[in-house]
Design a protein around this ligand. Structure first.
Ligand SMILES: [Zn+2]
Ligand SMILES: [Zn+2]
Length: 645
């Protein structure tokens, strides 16, 4: 009998008879692997475990640990869904059913909408079929027969797919019990392993995504191989809902978006406003300490300026329309860069002045489609913590390092300690699409990479990801529930200095073009605020909390001492609320907890007599009585050191 050679991922080889399947190889290796095996990778291609191997190959047996296996698993779950729906509603027409991030969907045409009760029924049917451990079997059917099968069963969308997509005379199908699907696979061997899933929702979609086509109903599900992964995912979704900044923004009275004013425009209420002030104060102090100069530029400038910068051309889609005044067109600014360039150019610069670092909390306006607006995260007007650095080539590494250190400090102070870093570079195959010389690009990319290497910051380099005007570093912070948010950017620009004929007088007396770097740490104050709300679930650390202390007198009799305590704390510079309503203590505590106020001071007769306060913390609970002066010192210390508790 002819033998073939199987090379496993660790380099080990095996001689097996031709026609051996990957499942059989797995069984030879061990019963554990045979049981865990989901799919095989043969010479880089994913295939069914049951496919016979007819020549020497590289073979990997994939289990739940492999991300590719997970997507195959989810694809099989989509087939299981379709099989269940067909059993319950034999008249539905089938569309497509692929795996997606975190799960799968299958689409159907049915006259009645699928209700939540239907989903529960379908899910139960899926579990029933899964429990029977029905095999997923591959079949090859002549194309004409395949079309005929689908025509007879009135599956016109499937007919269409076979006619369009099947290029070979024999067409690949998979069956799961009575359900048959035109599908290239691969699939896991049978339905028995599919347990950790949940149908989540139904959404409308046009067949093939085209509006002129019929409406399909897509049933979505989430699916994992292991139950614990599904539980973790569902928990994360619940957490994200609980932390939604739009909901908390209203409950805690932080900000609003007003129908009367228009979508995507943020109103900062007093409690949000105080947090913004703290963010801005920290930033401005830190900017000055780090050698930046603060500037202010107009919100509206001549459209011609935006023609010079090029924004009126390549950024037009993101801008509000021009406003005509005295026969000249003006433009609401979508960016702060041209304003800072005009300040740089206001006099001839000498190399001795460089680097020039101009910073502005610059409010910009961008046109975003109403469909993509999202709370504080996607808006039409926002304030960037923007800065532009103009420097000489020999200064760039130091400047990049300064930006990164500044970003780390910003993230640390506001309570983040995990981040991901990406460097976006040019595509070496298409030098013609980029502004600036290839030497400039190389030195800029080197500066970014060298700086990160020197600082021991791990990063991902993505060639071809950069904008046409320069390479950049992006920093994504990771929040309390593991979500990554893109915030800080350090971006080179070889385009604007040229367009604006920027120059400085070098040591050699000749004119040179400065290097330009755009950099933002929070990105947008609005967006960063949204991220902060979700990261802390509204329970800000004491230094950021809009109200730091709630004073709760037990009764009318202790109200006066309560007022004294409140006055004392206010004079000491704390944000204090006196809750002197005629309510039970329990109700007052509950309300302070709902408002996520860090400290509650309970004021009773004993406290009034002794000059103490009974301290309660929103998460640590009752901390017992303390002299008022001691509480004041402790809280001052907690706030000044910006402790994250
Ligand atoms: Zn399929
Ligand atoms: Zn800029």
């Amino acid at each position: 009998m002819e033998t073939i050679q199987i090379t496993l991922p660790d380099g080990a080889t095996r001689e097996v008879p031709s026609g051996t399947t990957a499942a059989q190889v797995a069984a030879q290796i061990g019963p554990r692997l045979a049981k865990d095996a989901l799919v095989a990778r043969v010479d880089g291609e994913l295939v069914d475990l049951s496919r016979p191997l007819d020549h020497s190959v590289n073979l990997a047996i994939l289990t739940s640990k492999d991300a590719d296996a997970l997507q195959v698993f989810r694809h099989s779950a989509a087939h299981l869904l379709a099989a269940a729906v067909l059993e319950l509603y034999p008249d539905v027409k089938l569309g497509i059913g692929p795996p997606i991030e975190n799960g799968f969907f299958y689409e159907f045409v049915r006259d009645e909408p699928f209700t939540p009760e239907d989903l529960a029924k379908i899910e139960a049917k899926m579990r029933e079929i899964a429990a029977k451990d029905v095999p997923n079997e591959r079949k090859f059917i002549p194309k004409l027969d395949a079309v005929e099968i689908y025509r007879k069963s009135n599956q016109q969308f499937k007919c269409e797919l076979v006619e369009e997509k099947a290029t070979e005379p024999l067409v690949s199908f998979y069956t799961t019990g009575k359900f048959i699907d035109f599908c290239r696979g691969p699939h896991i061997p049978s339905t028995g392993r599919i347990k950790a899933f949940k149908l989540t929702n139904v959404a409308g979609a046009y067949w093939k995504g085209k509006e002129e086509n019929p409406q399909m109903q897509r049933i979505y599900g989430v699916c994992f191989i292991e139950q614990k992964d599904l539980d973790e995912y569902l928990h994360k979704i619940e957490e994200a809902k609980r932390r939604d900044h739009r909901k908390l923004g209203q409950e805690l009275d932080l900000f609003s978006i007003q129908d009367q004013a228009g979508p995507g425009l943020i109103f900062w209420h007093p409690k949000g406003g105080i947090i913004r002030k703290l963010m801005e104060d920290w930033l401005r102090d830190e900017l000055l300490r780090r050698g930046y100069e603060l500037v202010y530029t107009p919100h509206i400038m001549l459209l011609d300026l935006w023609k010079t910068s090029g924004h009126a051309n390549f950024y037009r889609e993101n801008m509000f329309g021009p406003i005509e005044v005295e026969k000249a067109d003006y433009q609401l600014k979508p960016m702060n860069c041209p304003g800072h360039i005009l300040i740089f150019k206001s006099h001839l610069r000498s190399y001795r002045e460089l680097p020039v670092r101009l910073a502005e909390l610059g409010t910009v306006y961008r046109y975003e489609r109403s469909g993509v607006l999202h709370g504080l995260l996607r808006v039409r007007g926002f304030t960037q913590d923007d800065a532009h650095i103009f420097c000489m080539p020999e200064q760039i590494e130091q400047e990049v390092q300064g930006c990164i250190e500044f970003a780390w400090e910003a993230l640390r102070v506001f309570g983040f300690d995990r981040y991901e870093v990406e460097v976006s570079g040019g595509d070496p195959a298409k030098p013609e699409i980029y502004a600036g010389s290839s030497e400039d690009w190389k030195s800029a990319e080197d500066a970014l990479k060298n700086t990160l290497n020197r600082m021991n910051v791990p990063y991902k380099y993505i060639p071809g990801e950069a904008a046409f005007y320069g390479p950049k570093i992006d920093v994504k912070l990771v929040d309390a529930i593991g979500r990554a948010w893109q915030l800080s950017t350090v971006q080179f620009d070889f385009n604007l200095p040229k367009r604006f004929d920027m120059e400085y007088v070098g040591e050699d007396g000749a004119r040179h073009q400065p290097l330009m770097v755009h950099r933002a740490l929070f990105g947008s104050i609005e967006r960063f605020f949204g991220v902060l709300i979700e990261h802390y679930a509204g329970a800000f650390p004491a230094w950021l909390a809009p109200v730091q202390v709630s004073v709760l007198p037990l009764s009318e009799k202790t109200k006066e001492y309560g007022e004294k305590v409140t006055e004392h704390l206010k004079k000491s510079g704390f944000r204090v609320h006196l809750d002197d309503r005629n309510e039970k203590l329990q109700a007052k505590i509950r309300d302070a907890q709902m408002q996520k106020i860090p400290y509650m001071l309970v004021i009773g007769g004993k406290e009034a007599e002794a000059g103490t306060v009974s301290v309660r913390h929103r998460t640590k609970g009752d901390l017992g009585p303390r002299p008022l002066d001691q509480f004041t010192i402790d809280l001052r210390q907690e706030i000044d050191s910006r402790q994250i508790l």
